[in-house]
Write a protein that binds this ligand. Sequence first.
Ligand code: SAH
Length: 296
Amino acid sequence: MGKSEKKKQQQTSSASRSKGSKQDGKAKAKNQQQAVKKQSLARPRPVPAPSPSPNTSTATTTSTGNGSGGSKLSALQQQFARKLEGARFRSINEDLYSNPGHASFADFQQHPEKFHLYHTGYREQAAVWPINPLDLIIDWISAKHKGAVVADMGCGEARLSASLPNRVHSFDLVAANDRVTACDMAHVPLADGSVDIVVFCLSLMGTNLVDFIKEARRILKVGGLVKIIEVRSRFQDNKGIKRFIRFLKGAGFTVKQEAQLLENVMFFDVEAAKNDEANPSFDWDMEVKSCLYKKR
Ligand code: SAH
């Protein structure tokens, strides 16, 4: 519709409003559209504020634009909200990689909305990956480790536990549901040697990676497995991956499937069994790069 035609129709519709009974169906529809537009403008901000505020809703973006009836302004509003959400996701992600686990735990306990914002962004990222690594882990445990007791470190919303009949202890910084125990995974409330498998699926985020591996070793039975899937680029190249493998060996694990580790393009997948003794003179030192997401 041209600008002048649109203006004419608006004039017609306001004129017919004043005339009451003469209002035709078209004008009624237009008025309804305008009412919806007003309502959508009056909606609370779709993105949560950095800290909880009584006047701010934590509702997620709802779409009012359907391609034909949506107003231009609300489309812009939505685009802005998406950008803001994306920026907040990247900033939370960066914080998780730049701080030790205990600091992130304290932060998320105070601002649990960060966890939900993070996972909204994480789900969006994961949706465009060729494969979600957690599905590989679900298949692996279902096929080969039916009776195993599992600890899922950095479990997110505990999809692993929800997908398996196994006993799965799920840990994350915030308890998103009843399956999850909120804690820093460097210190989980499990006894020494109590689990068969420890899973870290894209969760080795804190700067104190060494503490997470030590904790995995503590709660594993001898012969138990640690399964790690990480974004490959965090290790820079095969040299970085080999260094990580050396680290795991030194930390008291026998690394399996070494040959396959270097083949996957996007993710790095390692499986290692706990030895009965760790090297007492091992220099516990290992760092990997952060995984920063690009603007979309
Ligand atoms: N493993 C899940 C979630 C991956 S996202 C999956 O594959 O779907 C990474 C998760 O690790 C986030 O939920 C984040 O909160 C959690 N995490 C990062 N550092 C943590 C820590 N120190 N203790 C507990 N959870 C942590």
